[in-house]
Design a protein around this ligand. Structure first.
Ligand code: FO1
Length: 314
């Protein structure tokens, strides 16, 4: 039986956006809200860059670069090239010419005093997807990665400049003590009939959301089911540093470790059929194909997950 009611998705970058793309094919926009990690955000050349928000905005508006999963389709790097050649500005963070339009407008509106939530709603509205995309907080709460080789690095320095190669010994969420879930996020969670945790990196993309004071407690107390989808498939991450970070933090690279990370908040776990099955008391676990290579895969995982949760109350 299909799940009826409101679905809220906690998500980060490219992996989460894939599931989101499937969900918008299965549920009407008014029943879906996405709460997005903003720990990856930073200021670059006077512009506010929000990679995970943009990845989701572009994916759901069908303008994302299909090769990278982030940035805009058919973009170019002429401005970045000029900054490099004329002014020796290091082009380590590839801001595309078309993508700059988003960063310019966002920064302009933020400087006028609008909240990130309001700015994001305006950008989404103009991109035309009709999605409800909510930054986790309006506060700045940058993720810092503590590494063996370079010490503390800003998230994008770790991820892009150093290609996530330094060994991670800790992850910090700067200023998290004073951050608050936005009112829009709180309302969405309180009206949720189910909460999904997307298959994004738990330590880099989901931990910032859970680090906001009260977030973990609120999720643990919700009467709606909270269900996580594994980012580990066949004992490895599909892409990116999830498995590497797990090893560096001394964790077993397995779906079991992912379920443990969320243990106090989830009532259900969607594991991949390639992983070794496991059990946890009080946790419903199902196995399905969670690898999302194309749109039919994304829709199948979205539908399968919602039908599974729907079957709990059938
Ligand atoms: N990722 C890269 O690997 N290299 C880049 O130069 C890069 C630029 C970039 C620009 C805008 C944007 O929205 C995202 C961008 N990303 C880039 C992706 C981003 O760093 C990561 O995917 C996320 O922060 C992790 O979720």
């Amino acid at each position: 039986m299909a799940l009826t009611g409101n679905v809220v998705v906690l998500t980060g970058g490219v992996g989460g956006a894939k599931l989101a793309r499937g969900l918008v094919e299965v549920l009407p926009p008014e029943r879906l809200s996405f709460i997005v990690n903003t720990g990856d955000d930073f200021w670059r050349l006077g512009l506010k860059i929000c990679p995970d928000l943009d990845t989701l905005m572009y994916t759901l508006a069908d303008v994302v670069n299909p090769e990278t999963g982030w940035g805009l389709r058919g973009d170019s790097l002429i401005t970045l090239g000029s900054l490099d050649r004329l002014y020796r500005v290091d082009p380590w963070f590839r801001l595309g010419d078309k993508d700059l339009a988003t960063h310019l407008l966002r920064s302009h509106w933020l400087r006028q005093g609008c909240s990130l939530t309001a700015v994001t709603a305006c950008l989404v509205e103009r991109l035309g997807s009709g999605a409800r995309i909510l930054p986790m907080t309006d506060a700045e709460m940058p993720t810092l990665v503590d590494t063996v080789e370079c010490g503390l690095l800003g998230f994008q320095q770790y991820f892009v400049k150093y290609g996530w190669q330094p060994v991670v010994r800790g992850i910090k969420h700067q200023d998290c003590e004073s951050a608050r879930l936005s009112d829009a996020v709180l309302s969405a969670l309180l009206a949720a009939d189910a909460v999904l945790i997307a298959p994004s990196n738990p330590w880099l993309s989901l931990a910032p959301i859970l680090a906001i004071p009260g977030a973990r407690d609120l999720l643990a107390r919700l009467s709606a089911p909270v269900v996580a989808v594994t980012p580990i498939i066949g004992g490895a991450a599909v892409k990116g540093p999830t498995a590497k970070i797990m090893r560096e933090l001394g964790l077993e690279v397995s779906a079991r470790s992912i379920a443990d990370f969320y243990q106090d908040i989830i009532g259900g776990f969607v594991d991949d059929k390639r992983n070794e099955a496991f059990a946890r008391q009080g946790l419903r676990i199902t196995q399905m194909d969670t690898l999302m290579n194309d749109l039919p895969d994304k829709i199948a995982l979205a539908r399968g997950t919602l039908e599974w949760i729907g079957s709990w109350t059938a």
